[in-house]
Write a protein that binds this ligand. Structure first.
Ligand code: PRX
Length: 637
């Protein structure tokens, strides 16, 4: 069975795109008819990018969980909504049908309400990749609370920053999470975070690893006890909270070029329509198929294409707790084989890391169920693309290279599986409703093809970022002020003779490490917190597996230990302040940094040295002290 708005041919794609541009309100209004609204909209779209003010489906009311769960009960009650594969392959997997998911989300919405959560309250979720994470997210949405999921690789300090920024009074966590051979003590991390967040009223703790945790009286409660109370009350349905289309659905923090992460806010109505539409069309989802997105729900990919997109389409979505290399590098292929996965959506960094283990891990794995492959998060190099195509897709599965961002909510540029001709390393063409343009430094549109420019989007799509939490001006200056009347993505792109886009990477000071966005300023701030550090500068460099690695130049005047020890101390500091995901790959201690006379660090030079291009550093005559460059070159790691 296909969906009424599923695109079936390239011609259909082209006419859909044309219609979406000529008449966005008509186009999206037609699609939105197919959702369950409690009250219809008055206007499909009102917008200006100046403030910015973007409103989709104004006047409409809905609850996204009714669209993700309730409306499937009539014909899919016994179909698996979620398949969960644990970290340890010897443990049992779990399946939750739509009926079971309905029960659990309703129960948990009651738990939230019983614990004081009201519509609009912010709830921070810090859990491992278990079904209860999905239940917590959906429970919040059902109760009208705004979830803010924080990835399990962030530190206590990062959680505290996010709790404070969102003024979140509620936390949902588990005792611990398994990731490969590691057991991560999530509740302990939360306890550390809460030292500086006395405003947190309630912590709900799910038992997963059964590791020792301190439960503070009056603040901390066990998930299981709270659910039992709802069961004792007879498991009443939870009437889904009535949400305005423009009410916030969630906050997700992401790095920018400044030191402080931004709380990207998405709304209920537009985000639902757009993630559903792109899920169905990019992957060409067919009813009953098993969709396996390997991202973590702590990132936007997990929000949109493990949870909201697939569930709103009545799909079966697979959640995997572990990592691709545990217990060995054949784990993804075991999962594909075991659950007859049809769609595999992963990151280039995972493909590159598995490539390095050779083809042995593919032996005796039946991958014939696969129909579509996808990549996301960073540019995919041609070698990885061909390996994926040949060894995983056996040259019969289209690969969709999906380009998008936390701020865009869903895929903006991508081929559609089997419909748009694919081209290795090209995200190809925009989704219907999306008008990309390239601009030069001055902001003038570049009209010709075979050019590189800064990638902007001309008009809003339904899942456009609405604001940055608590600071709308920051949203404006970050995304809508660089170029007048355009959304600026922060990415550069090349457009070929057919109008296909290839994303070339960030043009701001944001790194993409293993598909994770990390601001250089954030890492610098963390390094500078170390007592012996005077100043630091962080740049990216090409890394075989991670895409980009983190290279830190540090001026150190401490007296504690030799260089190797100092590097370890600095690494530990970054882990403590941001989390293990931001640890520098290389730390070079330097006597000074190349600065202009006005005191600005010349990152261009540092980038070139990190990349190993030490001969041709360009003009260094404007430097305050050109000799420092020679010293840095000598000490390069
Ligand atoms: O630089 C682009 C890169 O990832 C950035 C967005 O990161 P984040 O908000 O964490 O979301 C990642 C998952 C959607 C973009 O600005 N990026 C994402 N997808 C691609 C990509 N670069 C090249 N090709 C892609 N397919």
């Amino acid at each position: 069975m296909s969906y009424p708005y599923q695109i079936n041919s390239f011609d259909e794609y082209q006419s859909a795109w044309k219609k979406s541009v000529e008449d966005p309100a008509g186009f999206w209004g037609d699609i939105a008819q197919h959702f369950q609204w409690k009250k219809p909209w008055e206007t499909v779209l009102e917008w200006n990018f100046k403030d910015p003010s973007i409103k989709w489906f104004s006047g409409a009311q809905l609850n996204i969980t009714e669209n993700c769960i309730d409306r499937h009960l009539a014909d899919k009650a016994n179909q698996p909504a979620i398949i969960w594969e644990p970290n340890d392959p010897k443990e049992h997997h779990r399946m939750l049908t739509y009926a079971q998911l309905h029960l659990k989300v309703n129960q948990f919405a009651h738990v939230l309400k019983n614990n004081g959560v009201k519509k609009g309250d912010r709830v921070c979720i810090y859990m491992g990749m278990i079904p209860e994470l999905a239940i917590a997210v959906l429970g919040c949405a059902r109760a009208g609370a705004v979830h803010s999921v924080v990835f399990g690789g962030f530190s206590a300090q990062s959680i505290a920053d996010r709790l404070q920024d969102a003024q979140a009074e509620f936390v949902i966590t588990c005792d611990g999470a398994f990731r490969g051979a590691k057991d991560i003590p999530l509740k302990n991390v939360i306890d550390d975070a809460l030292i500086s967040c006395p405003f947190v009223k309630r912590v709900i703790v799910y038992t997963h690893t059964r590791s020792a945790v301190s439960m503070i009286k009056g603040r901390d409660v066990w998930w299981e006890d709270e659910v039992r109370k709802v069961e004792t009350a007879g498991n009443p349905d939870f009437p889904a909270e009535v949400m305005e289309a423009e009410d916030p659905l969630f906050i997700l923090y992401t790095s920018g070029s400044t030191g402080k992460p931004k709380g990207v806010v998405h709304s209920c109505g537009g985000y639902m329509v757009y993630t559903n539409y792109t899920f169905i069309n990019v992957f060409q989802y067919k009813s009953q198929e098993v969709h396996f997105c390997t991202a973590d729900i702590g990132w936007i990919t997990g929000h949109s294409y493990i949870l909201y997109g697939p569930l709103s389409a009545g799909a079966t979505t697979l959640i995997f707790e572990g990592i691709p290399t545990y217990p060995d590098a054949g784990r993804f292929w075991d999962i594909v084989d075991k659950f007859k996965v049809n769609i595999l959506y992963t990151a280039p960094t995972a493909i590159r890391s598995l490539m390095a283990f050779g083809l042995g891990h593919l032996q005796n794995k039946d991958l014939s169920s696969l129909r579509v492959l996808g990549t996301v998060g960073e540019p995919i190099n041609e070698e990885a693309w061909h390996w994926y195509d040949e060894h995983i897709g056996k040259k019969r599965c289209p690969i969709v290279d999906t380009w998008w961002q936390t701020e865009t909510g869903g895929v903006l540029i991508s081929n559609m599986a089997g419909i748009t001709p694919s081209k290795p390393s090209y995200a190809t063409l925009p989704m219907p409703g999306v008008q990309p343009i390239l601009v030069d430094e001055k902001g003038d549109e570049i009209l010709e093809n075979n050019v590189t420019g800064n990638l902007c989007i001309k008009t809003p799509w339904p899942a456009t970022i609405r604001t940055t939490y608590g600071d709308h001006e920051r949203c404006r200056t970050n995304y809508f002020a660089t170029y007048e009347n355009l959304y600026f993505t922060g990415d550069g792109a090349f457009r070929d003779e057919n109008g296909y886009y290839r994303i070339t990477g960030r043009v701001d000071d944001v790194l993409n490490v293993s598909g994770h966005r990390i601001g250089t300023a954030e890492v610098e701030n963390a390094i500078n917190m170390h007592a012996g550090v005077v100043e630091s500068a962080v740049v990216g460099y090409p890394h075989d597996v991670k895409g980009q690695g983190i290279y830190a130049y540090v001026i150190y005047n401490g007296t504690h230990g030799d260089e190797a020890m100092v590097r370890k101390d600095i690494t530990a500091t970054v882990s403590r302040i941001i989390g293990p995901i931001a640890k520098p790959d290389k730390i070079q201690l330097v006597p000074g940094l190349p600065k202009t006379r006005s005191g600005k660090i010349m990152r261009r030079i540092l980038r070139k040295i990190a990349e190993g291009e030490i001969e041709n550093l360009g003009d260094t005559s404007t430097l305050l002290d050109p000799l420092v460059v020679e010293e840095i070159k000598k000490g390069r790691i």
